[in-house]
Ligand binder design. Structure first.
Ligand code: SAM
Length: 273
């Protein structure tokens, strides 16, 4: 693997409360904008694959092809391998890589995909240039990222605005851009990509089960995760302020009329044939 060029720190880490969210993700709920372009024989690179549930779905969708999942954090790859093995998938492999410096020749993959990754990296334009380099002519670069400032919810439980403000400050101090969704098209243009289809997609949490799950994972993540550690160690919040934000999440989860939506920007770019 070439020397890592990552300058950012991954904000969430891979604490159990974080993985509760990552392992819920599927190709259907997180990569729907890409699925119509997939063909059974395709060779796909899934960058920042985390625990690999989307990667495994992609492998099922290209039964005559191959999917490679890579992540900058070596520790999460054992779980990704287990996910794929548990589903009996033989056309998927995993490795360590930094999206800024991929160890693949030019024109290697039919699809290069990254879900919720570019918001966390130090140089998203360089990352997109590198993704474009390893994509075959005629192939696709597919990127989807949340946009924290565009997340919206009801009711206005006191403390959730503090959550958003704190999260954005910690993510930026770590070298990322939490409002990445709205910037994807601009980053792709800056990287020299030309054939860009920009869309948006949402997750919505409103049923009692969805509210309980979403609020608990944020309440827990706020108290115990790499994000919580960075918030206190970086001087962005005291332990008491984190407890208040965590309580705000629990309070929102109890609201019968509670509704939360996560907006994502998406880009599907075609490399010139
Ligand atoms: C929010 S998680 C997304 C995981 C998965 N794509 C999903 O949506 O479930 C972001 C992942 O990107 C990885 N990551 C962060 N910086 C990276 C980099 N420079 N190169 C590759 N992966 C990176 C993190 O380790 C983490 O597993």
């Amino acid at each position: 693997m070439p020397k890592s060029r990552e300058t950012a720190v991954y904000t969430h880490g891979h604490h159990e409360s974080v993985l509760r969210s990552h392992t819920w993700r599927t190709a259907a709920n997180s990569a729907a904008y890409l699925l119509g372009s997939l063909k059974p024989h395709m060779k796909i690179l899934d960058i920042g694959c985390g625990p690999g549930t989307i990667t495994a779905d992609l492998a099922e969708l290209v039964p005559d092809g191959q999917v490679t999942g890579v992540d900058h954090a070596p520790g999460i790859l054992a779980q990704a391998r287990e996910t794929a093995a548990g589903r009996g998938l033989a056309n998927v492999d995993f490795g360590v890589a930094d999206v800024h410096a991929l160890d693949y020749p030019d024109d290697t993959f039919c699809v290069v995909h990254a879900h919720q990754v570019l918001q966390h990296v130090g140089d998203p334009v360089r990352a997109l240039r590198e993704m474009h380099r390893v994509t075959k002519p005629g192939g696709f670069i597919a990127v989807r990222d949340a946009d924290y400032a565009a997340m919206t919810w009801y009711p206005a439980v006191p403390g959730l605005d503090d959550w958003l403000d704190l999260y954005q400050r910690v993510a930026r101090a770590n070298g990322g851009e939490p409002d990445a969704g709205r910037r994807l098209k601009a980053w792709a243009l800056a990287a020299g990509l030309t054939d860009i289809t920009a869309t948006s997609g949402t997750w919505t949490f409103a049923t009692p089960e969805e509210r309980a799950w979403w609020s608990a994972l944020w309440a827990d993540r706020t108290l115990a995760s790499a994000y919580a550690d960075r918030a206190t160690q970086g001087g962005h919040a005291t332990a008491e302020q984190l407890r208040a934000v965590s309580q705000a999440w629990r309070e929102w989860g109890r609201q019968e009329d509670g509704w939360f939506t996560v907006l994502h920007g998406e880009i599907l770019c075609r490399k010139q044939a």
